[in-house]
Write a protein that binds this ligand. Structure first.
Ligand code: GLU
Length: 447
């Protein structure tokens, strides 16, 4: 018998841009599938026609593409209503779904009464006691029912891949509404039908879905299917507790516009909330090897934008030229990239750094001493062997000639040669600036 590979699905609702929370879910789905040579599927949860938009569907695909989390297949719930209808009929025939006629107001009164009596505010199943006649006369008044799934009272338990053993008492839960009076679907049942149909082996999602899982496990059983494994990830929080509104709502587009590399975002999201250290990677595939559900903790995962910014810099420092060449300004070749890379915090800074090589640069306003020093430097630069290590040779010559050392030696040179008081290693920059430009800049600084 061939071994069943992991099949995961990422199931966003196209009602907004992907934010850090869903990206983490998508990433973990992708990692779990890739770690096992399995499949990562995209399921567009667009049963809510009023709130779903085509633009958001496109944005989800674009965002996943930018992140490099490319799905092996895609389904849309709005294409699958016939499948849901058929499963619904099966459940109806088996007595596992039933029509209810209560209005929202009636239900809220019932809940208030239950609470007043110190009882859990669960649905009293009054609709189950309606006779066929009562139902017909309700239907005759034009009332259309909504539908609930009938839970059985058996204890519900599963071994969550992140949270460990979970237990729920079905008798303390309301039969969930699965379909509205207008025939539209709520999330719970279609998700189960799809998970069965798509042979999903692992459902990975946030811990806010834990009680949904309790209910959905009974739906899998009612449909005669084996339930997948479940992994409920702890929620993401910000540095001071809750994820701030900005951090929580920040979409992929905004993250990209801030100059964050997808690898940096993925490297952070793959490891926060786990027992593993956050390390920069050059490509998302490098995260696969260390992935294990068992490393994920139950404590909230802390998302820190400052940590992301730092990780972004560390990521750039290890990206090869090929990974960035298409996004670099014209003229930056591999040698320039390797020279400027260690100083970048975002790729957008590359243009300004390249300008310090290409020029023109601002001539520094030196005092008399520094002007004389720049004049010596210009002369020394003319006699250097530029084919070897010109920076070491230039500084050694000037040290001997002027007695300057440390900052008084290096800073005026950097200023004169690049127009900046900081930047990439001069040893790497000077050969790129080249003899002629270097001499001209030093002469200009000498005044
Ligand atoms: N569309 C649901 C959500 O975004 C999917 C939940 C699930 O993964 O089952 O919350």
């Amino acid at each position: 018998m061939s071994q069943v590979r992991t099949i995961t699905r990422f199931a966003p609702s196209p009602t907004g841009r992907l934010h850090v929370g869903n990206i983490r879910t998508a990433l973990v789905c992708w990692l779990a599938a890739r770690a096992d040579g399995g499949s990562f599927m995209l399921r567009i949860d667009d049963t809510d026609a009023a709130r779903s938009t085509e633009d958001f569907v496109d944005a989800i695909r674009t965002d996943l593409g930018w992140l490099g989390l490319v799905p092996d297949g895609e389904v849309r719930q709005s294409d699958r209503f016939a499948l849901y209808e058929a499963a619904f009929e099966t459940l109806h025939a088996g007595g596992r779904v039933y029509p209810c006629y209560e209005s929202e107001e009636e239900l809220s009164v019932k809940r208030r009464i239950a609470r007043g009596r110190g009882l859990p505010p669960i649905y009293d199943r009054a609709a189950l006691t309606l006779t066929a006649e009562q139902r017909h006369s309700l239907d005759a008044t034009g009332a259309t029912p909504h539908w609930r799934f009938k839970l059985d009272g058996a204890p519900i338990a599963w071994d969550d891949l992140v949270r460990g053993p979970q237990k729920f008492d079905g008798t303390l839960m309301s039969d969930p509404v699965i379909r509205r009076a207008d025939g539209s679907w709520l999330y719970l049942l279609p998700s189960v039908i799809d998970d069965i149909d798509m042979r999903i082996s692992h459902v990975v999602r946030g811990e806010d879905h834990v009680s949904n899982t309790a209910v959905q496990l009974q739906m899998f059983a009612a449909l005669g299917a084996r339930a997948p494994a479940f992994a409920h990830m702890a929620l993401l929080v910000g540095t001071d507790g809750k994820l701030s509104k900005r951090e929580g709502a920040i979409g992929v587009g905004a993250i990209r516009d801030e100059g964050i590399e997808p690898q940096a975002l993925l490297a952070l999201l793959a490891r926060i909330g786990t027992s593993d250290p956050v390390v920069p990677v050059a490509a998302a595939v490098d995260l696969i090897e260390g992935f294990a559900f068992g490393h994920m903790g139950r404590a909230p995962a802390r998302f820190d934008s400052a940590e992301l910014a730092q990780l972004n810099a560390r990521t750039l420092h290890l990206l090869p030229f090929d990974a960035v060449r298409e996004r670099l300004p014209a003229g930056i070749d591999e040698t320039v990239w390797l020279a400027i890379r260690p100083n970048l915090t975002t790729l957008g800074e590359a243009a300004a750094m390249f300008a310090t090589i290409e020029g023109p640069i601002a001539t520094p306003a030196f005092d008399a001493d520094d002007r004389i020093f720049a004049g010596h430097a210009a002369e020394a630069a003319q006699t250097l062997d530029w084919s070897a290590a010109p920076w070491a040779a230039l500084t050694a010559a000037l040290k001997g000639l002027t007695g300057r050392k440390g900052k008084t030696l290096f800073l005026p040179l950097r200023l004169a040669l690049t127009g900046q008081d900081h930047g990439p290693e001069m040893a790497a920059l000077l050969p790129l600036i080249g003899r002629d430009r270097a001499i001209a800049r030093l002469r200009a600084a000498a005044g």
